[in-house]
Design a binder for this molecule. Structure first.
Ligand code: XMP
Length: 510
């Protein structure tokens, strides 16, 4: 079964914390369906939705400031179990008459937490390490609450079991908290009495029926990028409406080694009409003389739409468009704020003003992990299902400076070497790639002096790609990567390893 109309639901109320998707994902991994909603959702609406539990997320503000986000105070009297995390715990305590103030130093990173043996939320009284990231702290508990865990400097958790209200100052949803999943499990199964009825097993059948209903007898067009989302979407649609689906793969020429051919090979064997548009020369011509990263991104995004529209027009009337939109895209577009660091371009992300009368988005309720599970169930190959994130503009934004055919060929070779070396590791970084920098450096090969480009290796560990740390790849592997790249590609003078976190850097260089 799938969806809030059929499953038990846990609501994740969002107060602007970075980890809302991790929280909702952690709940779903435990077989309980979850959805993210704005923090100010009214209690009456929550009563109507009737969740079995509510989780209040973290947030960037101080609860005692006048404009800081607050939930409807009536949610605390609904009798629905509530777990407040970080800001969520502080807000609950503040609103129920406790005290919250700025600590002297705050707590950041993995901190030792000592649970009390009186707690319902912890089934251990052994100290454990938990991820903390807070300056403010609860200084006085509201009436009826007990401290269920502490650190050297704060209440790490509190609870009022009679009212089914629970709070943790740390982040059980991240892998940096030991036993974090157990805490969420206790909340779901012991406190909310969940049955755990959310499984992806019959998602394919449910969606196939739904797609058939939505599409009727009409033809449907899909922009296929070869990324996980659009590929799983294509596979699902081809199962539902094989004769009515047309997939257009715009090959902009910025894919990695053999990637375009692999995508063509796979999808031209499926029950759908697959069109590969070889637009490499066209994209390269548009990028001639362009070095500015934002300009490159914009040009590629615009050109992509142009090519797609031209191809679609050749096909005659196709009234419906399918997109591989996933749940985080829906959540982000509902409440995105903050500065534009980069104008992200998703090859599948087309503007809404294209002349389609209906948009079909069969993955819009799923997290990335769930899309991968579905891809496996649909029989897609591992190289596709486990694909790392790859930016829409592809290798064009992994070449600093002007993009040329020669540079693309060089970068493809370096990238293939890096992937070959890191793919075989047991514990791989979450994303890894090479960048062709526009720095030239002096080298010596044989008896000759060389003056050639520098390749940078980027490999990061991250949960959500909002922040990341560089991966501590063992030196012997780095050294093999370096000697292979400089040895197998004569025109590279040296290899450097990027050891910057995000922030202050971003994952990609451009
Ligand atoms: P940044 O560089 O913003 O990247 O730290 C975060 C994650 O997003 C990927 N990325 C993109 N994905 N279109 C995409 O679909 C884009 O234009 C784009 N730019 C960056 C990046 O690879 C990393 O995983």
């Amino acid at each position: 079964m799938y969806g809030k109309d059929m499953n038990e639901l846990v609501l994740v109320l969002d107060f602007g914390g970075q980890y809302k998707e991790l929280i909702a994902g952690a709940v779903r991994k435990l077989s309980v369906y979850s959805e993210i909603k704005p923090g100010h959702l009214r209690a009456a609406e929550i009563r109507r939705i009737n969740p079995i539990g509510i989780i209040l997320t973290g947030g960037p503000n101080s609860v005692y400031l006048p404009d800081s986000a607050q939930c409807d105070p009536a949610i605390f009297t609904l009798g629905i179990p509530i777990l407040g995390i970080c800001y969520g715990m502080q807000m609950m305590c503040h609103m129920l008459g406790g005290g919250v103030s700025a600590g002297e130093t705050g707590e950041y990173g993995r901190v030792t937490v000592i649970p009390s043996n009186q707690s319902v939320l912890f089934d251990t009284d052994k100290p454990f390490k938990a991820l903390m990231s807070h300056k403010d702290a609860v200084t006085r508990l509201p009436k009826g609450f007990i401290a269920s865990a502490s650190t050297a400097s704060c209440f790490a958790a509190c609870e009022n079991p009679a009212k089914k209200l629970y709070g943790v100052q740390f982040h059980p949803e991240t892998k940096h908290t030991d036993g974090g999943q157990e805490i969420i499990k206790t909340f779901l199964f012991k406190i909310c009495c969940a049955a755990g009825d959310y499984k992806l097993d019959d998602y394919i059948d449910t969606q196939v029926r739904k797609i058939r209903q939505e599409a009727g007898k009409e033809n449907v067009l899909l922009a296929l990028s070869g990324g996980v989302d659009s590929s799983v979407c294509a596979s699902l649609l081809s199962k539902a409406i094989p004769g009515q689906l047309v997939c257009i793969f715009v090959d902009h020429g910025f894919m990695r080694l053999n990637e375009g051919d692999e995508i063509e090979d796979l999808f031209s064997r499926q029950k759908l009409r697959f069109i590969r548009v070889n637009a490499q020369a066209r994209f390269l011509a548009k990028l001639k003389g362009i070095s500015n990263p934002e300009k490159k991104r914009k040009i590629i995004g615009k050109e992509f739409i142009r090519v797609f529209e031209e191809e679609a027009a050749k096909l005659g009337r196709i009234p419906y468009l399918a997109q591989g939109t996933i749940y985080p895209d829906v959540v982000e577009s509902g409440g995105a704020f903050g500065a534009t660091i980069k104008s992200h371009h998703n090859v599948g992300g087309l503007p809404k003003n294209l002349s389609f009368t209906k948009i079909i988005e069969p993955l819009s309720g799923l997290f990335k992990d769930e899309v991968r599970v579905l891809g496996r169930k649909l029989g897609l190959p591992a190289f596709l299902v486990n694909r790392q994130p790859f930016p829409g503009p592809g290798l064009a934004i992994r070449i600093t400076g002007e993009v040329t055919k020669k540079k693309l060929e060089l970068l493809r070779k370096a990238d293939a070497i890096l992937r070959e070396e890191l793919d075989r590791l047991k514990h791989r970084p979450d994303q890894y790639f090479t960048v062709l920098t526009d720095t030239l450096s002096v080298g010596v090969k044989g008896d000759d002096r060389t003056y050639d480009p520098v390749i940078a290796v980027r490999a990061v560990s991250t949960g959500d790609f909002m922040t990341c740390e560089y991966s501590p790849i063992p030196h012997r592997i780095l050294s093999r990567i370096s000697s292979r790249i400089t040895g197998e590609i004569p025109s590279v003078s040296r290899v450097v390893y990027d050891i910057t976190s995000k922030p202050p850097a971003t994952v990609e260089w451009e």
